[in-house]
Write a protein that binds this ligand. Structure first.
Ligand code: HEC
Length: 195
């Protein structure tokens, strides 16, 4: 009778078993590492997003409660308006090259038009109205987003054009006739994986 497990065969298979073990360990480490990076990026993005929204709500309140009255001059302090400038400066200044933006598929200001990746996030929230967050890998960066939904306070300037403050009517022709609960746009955070 011929034995399959001859001593020579057993000895010859040792390096192969060893290689398989090392390769699986490397693969496991790789996925573990990917997961750690993903979790870390997610936490970074959501923290930044929370800060952005806290800041935004604080200032919208000041205008809503008329502690600051809205006119041509004070428009510069309105979060909807200042978001572009603040986000742009932040995006250029931070060391990790994180990009922060408030964008829309129907932007009042063309500077706030959503990119293809951001439009995918907007579509996601339109199809999944109960979802509060979006987090997807897009090539060499992660796209994080939260929805900006229309509440009563938004209708003052995004309801019918004729009921908007005078100088908003004069200055903007778009982004009116929104309905309560409708998706107005997103806060978008893009984190490059390399940095
Ligand atoms: C007092 C008026 C006012 C109120 C209230 C207001 N907005 Fe706006 N919103 C504006 C103006 C003006 C712009 C355009 C800013 C610019 O020129 O960059 C704008 C722009 C935006 C944008 C950026 C995209 C774009 O169209 O350029 C989003 C998103 C947005 N608003 C969401 C909201 C939401 C959500 C609320 C309620 C929580 C809200 N806004 C309340 C006046 C207002």
């Amino acid at each position: 009778m011929r034995l399959f497990f001859t001593p020579t065969r057993i000895i010859a298979s040792v390096p192969i078993v060893f290689l398989v073990l090392v390769a699986s360990q490397i693969t496991l480490n790789y996925f573990d590492n990917e997961r750690t990076i993903k979790t870390f990026i997610y936490k970074q993005a959501s923290t930044l997003n929370t800060f952005m929204l806290t800041h935004r709500n604080y200032y919208i309140n000041l205008y809503e409660e008329e502690k600051i009255s809205l006119d041509e001059k004070s428009l510069a302090g309105l979060p909807a308006f200042s978001a572009y400038e603040i986000s742009d400066t932040f995006s250029k200044a931070n060391e990790l090259d994180i990009t922060l933006q408030t964008v829309s598929d129907k932007a009042r200001n063309p500077q706030n038009n959503a990119s293809a990746e951001q439009l995918r996030a907007i579509e996601f929230f339109k199809h999944n109205p109960l979802e509060k967050e979006y987090f997807v890998k897009e090539g060499d960066f992660y796209q994080y987003a939260t929805p900006l939904l229309i509440t009563q306070r938004c209708l003052k300037c995004h309801g019918s054009k004729s009921s908007a403050p005078d100088f908003i009517q004069k200055r903007y022709d778009t982004a009116y006739d929104y309905k309560l609960g409708e998706l107005r746009g997103i806060v978008s955070v893009q984190v490059p994986i390399a940095t």
